[in-house]
Design a protein around this ligand. Structure first.
Ligand code: GDP
Length: 328
């Protein structure tokens, strides 16, 4: 039975990936951070077979211990401080966890692997935020990186360090440059979930309006469940490489609002959406749109869930969840 170790198990990708690997017969281990982690119960409920190890990406010895105990064939480093807006106010902790944390994880893998550097296959969760002030449209694996936030800068560090470990030590280390990917498990601070939840609450009469930031920003949004399959596929290749994972379609925040409100039968949302500079960013990424031709060719990967299906799935989930919470 192959075994895998996941960091970031409490996030949406960690949960989907752990489910995927469990369904494929893996012995799944995960690193969980902190004392009384509020997400511990969720992980234990959804994934009773996953074995949890206490550790922190900023603490190398805890990662080395987890490697020794889990003895993984594959490591998926999904852990990060991942909310872009927060990263300006907390640039140092974002750099420590999202950037230096990658170095710690790579070191833990390298030290564990000893004389056989390719004994463990490593996946690094890189991000389309690395493209930031985009230097080409659409973006592919060779597009120049120009991050526009402390989060993006930290991800660039992790991306290049992964490539450097592959080239310096012959490690099987791949970096997946994933464009935004969403799901009903997305945190409510991200725009898709913020919108799906508010639209559900407005429809149910639990809330009057939603306050947003920049409605003209555009993103290439896919479904997280599709994207974790790409992570797994990358580690099944003979050669470790870097891949862009995206849908190749871009939509504005306005289009997101159109789709979400239309799903509950509201065509004109102009009076329901307010704007507040509080939700604007000091710098915005431009037109994010990914070219994942390499992933199509080499991995045989394609996204299955469309933008409209994704928005409908998220709004439906929030309608159900909000009804239960409100006792309706
Ligand atoms: P990101 O791509 O990782 O930053 O994902 P987010 O979901 O946080 O943001 C996506 C885009 O939505 C960004 O360009 C934001 O500026 C824009 N946006 C507009 N209004 C909001 C809002 O109220 N909350 C968030 N999180 N983003 C917003």
């Amino acid at each position: 039975m192959p075994s895998a170790l996941i960091t970031g198990i409490t996030g949406q990708d960690g949960l989907y990936l752990a489910e995927l690997l469990t369904s494929k017969g893996y012995d799944v281990h995960a690193i969980i951070r902190g004392q009384n982690n509020p997400k511990l119960e969720l992980v234990q409920r959804l994934l009773p077979d996953v074995r949890l190890h206490t550790g922190d990406l900023t603490d190398l010895s805890s990662l080395m211990r987890a490697m020794r105990d889990a003895k993984p064939d594959e490591v998926y480093n999904l852990g990060a401080v991942s909310f872009v807006a927060y990263s300006w106010e907390n640039a140092q902790v974002t750099s420590d966890v999202t950037g230096l944390g990658v170095l710690n994880m790579l070191e833990a893998v390298r030290l564990y692997a000893g004389d056989d550097p390719s004994k463990v296959r490593y996946y690094q969760a890189s991000s389309s935020e690395m493209f930031g002030k985009v230097q080409a449209v659409p973006q592919n694996e060779s597009t120049l990186l120009w991050p526009r936030s402390p989060y993006g800068v930290a991800k660039v560090y992790g991306h290049y360090m992964t490539i450097n470990y592959r080239e310096s030590y012959g490690m099987h280390a791949s970096s997946g440059i994933l464009f935004n990917h969403e799901s009903p498990r997305r945190g409510p601070e991200f725009v898709t979930r913020k919108v799906s939840r508010a639209v559900a609450r407005i429809k149910l009469g639990l809330q009057e309006s939603i306050t947003m930031g920049n409605l003209d920003a555009k993103r290439d949004w896919g479904f997280a469940g599709d994207y974790v399959e790409a992570m797994w596929l990358m580690l099944q290749q003979d050669e470790a490489e870097d891949y862009v994972i995206s849908t190749g379609e871009t939509h504005s925040i306005r289009e997101l609002l159109d789709a979400a409100f239309a799903h509950v039968g509201i065509e004109d949302w102009s009076d329901l959406v307010l704007q507040d500079p509080r939700f604007m960013r000091p710098a915005e990424v431009d037109l994010l749109i990914g070219d994942s031709a390499k992933a199509h060719e080499k991995l045989g990967w394609k996204p299955k869930v469309s933008f409209e299906e994704l928005v409908a799935m998220m709004v439906e989930n929030d309608l159900t969840e909000q009804k239960v919470l409100a006792g309706l």
